[in-house]
Design a protein around this ligand. Structure first.
Ligand SMILES: [Zn+2]
Ligand SMILES: [Zn+2]
Length: 415
């Protein structure tokens, strides 16, 4: 009888596992700026940068300074009817809290403040450790976390929200951008650069050279999403944690189909009130008017801001519905098996994952308008019932995309 537990053997392998489809590739050296992509599903396997450590360190240090500046200085000054009103980056959150919109306030706080802060702190911790060549506790977890939280940092979307708000308020007030806003804009660019220059592979190799853990020779290898290590199937039956980064390694996300479907149904249900209820109410000289998402777009069109109107229309109307249909199609294709082209479906999944966050624009616009337009009887803007439902649609579809395991696409096409 050979019913004993597999003995793990750790070694270094020159292979990369694709997270999108589980195919194995040889890790070949890349030139500066080049990247390796999976030939099956198109997922990026690795990106190469020369001098990445010094560059990432410089960008992160600049990021810390910009973050402090964006907090210290006013974001936007608004002038209307002889009154002046200065806002800071978190004024929108305060305005929402005053109106007991706790869920919405938390969502805005997390996506424009907390996540960038955690990201900067995490980057600093990792880069400093590497520069000093020390391996403090929790380093592996921090490195893993940096990539998990990335989609939830929505600074760039917030910035587009600022532009939309400026145009919306153009005819009733004068808006003066502050130092805080410029620092914020620069921080967006700097954070993207810090991230793209961080060589994840090189960091994991430095933390632990061994990246291949097998129980039996020739067994199927599962890629760890946390660090890219390859873990043998037999080891996962005993302990589902990656020996290198300790994150959970799953052959497939458990109940991926059912959980994605449940999130999708919830998002679809919320989609109706999100579009039918008013997203905000404006009281101007005692006259009250409500706007839905669609009427907001129409007003932008009428104001002549065609470009911005299109951006808001695509982000708020087209993207949520397209995302719901795309995930529904992927679930159907996976359930039916051997339907359609797996490569195209994998591409559709990646696009869906990427564009989903952009629907947050309207949530940020309403938050900003509520914070900015507070002139007592002259003009006031209050959030409407749709805004929470709409934020719900965005978050639920984002979670649905994260819960969907793209490897199911390839399972459906293999015997
Ligand atoms: Zn792949
Ligand atoms: Zn790992």
């Amino acid at each position: 009888m050979s019913n004993h537990l597999p003995v793990p053997t750790a070694s270094h392998s020159n292979l990369l596992v694709c997270h999108g489809c589980d195919h194995l590739f040889e890790d070949i050296p890349c030139e500066h700026g080049q990247q390796l992509s999976c030939t099956y599903c198109g997922e990026v396997l690795k990106v190469s940068h020369r001098n990445w450590l010094m560059q990432a360190a410089a960008f992160t240090a600049t990021g810390v300074i910009l973050f402090v500046l964006s907090l210290m200085f006013p974001f936007i000054d608004l002038e209307a009817a002889g009154q002046e009103h200065s806002t800071r980056i978190l004024s929108g959150v305060t305005a929402l809290l005053e109106r007991e919109q706790y869920l919405l306030a938390s969502l805005v706080f997390i996506t424009i403040f907390l996540m960038p802060l955690v990201e900067l702190a995490g980057l600093g911790y990792v880069i400093l450790s590497r520069l000093l060549n020390i391996k403090p506790p929790g380093l592996a977890r921090v490195l893993h976390l940096l990539f998990v939280i990335r989609p939830w940092n929505m600074m760039e979307i917030f910035f587009i929200g600022v532009l939309v708000t400026t145009i919306k308020l153009g005819d009733i007030a004068t808006l003066i951008p502050g130092v805080g806003l410029f620092a914020f804009a620069a921080l967006i660019v700097v954070l993207i650069y810090s991230h793209t220059h961080l060589d994840r592979e090189a960091l994991w190799h430095w933390l632990m050279w061994e990246n291949r853990f097998v129980g039996r020779e020739g067994e199927r290898l599962i890629g760890c999403h946390g660090c890219g290590a390859q873990v043998g199937e037999s080891l996962l039956d005993v302990n589902d944690h990656c020996p290198r980064c300790h994150s959970t390694v799953r052959k497939r996300i458990p109940d991926s189909y059912q959980r994605t479907l449940a999130l999708l149904i919830a998002a679809t249900v919320l989609y109706l009130p999100a579009n039918l209820l008013p997203i905000m109410t404006t009281v101007q000289l005692g006259r009250e008017s409500s706007d839905t998402i669609m009427s907001g777009v129409v007003h932008l069109f009428q104001a002549g801001a065609i470009g911005i109107a299109l951006v808001v229309f695509v982000a708020s109307v087209i993207v949520p519905i397209a995302k719901i249909f795309a995930i529904a199609y992927l679930l159907w294709a996976v359930k039916r098996g051997r339907k359609g082209n797996p490569r195209k479906q994998a591409q559709l999944y990646r696009v869906t994952e990427f564009i989903g966050r952009w629907s947050m624009i309207d949530v940020f616009v309403v938050t900003l308008l509520v914070a900015l337009v507070q002139f007592g009887v002259l003009a006031n803007i209050e959030p409407g019932g749709a805004i929470l439902c709409f934020a719900g649609v965005v978050v639920l579809t984002m979670l649905a995309a994260e819960t969907f395991d793209p490897r199911l696409i390839w399972d459906a096409h293999s015997d």
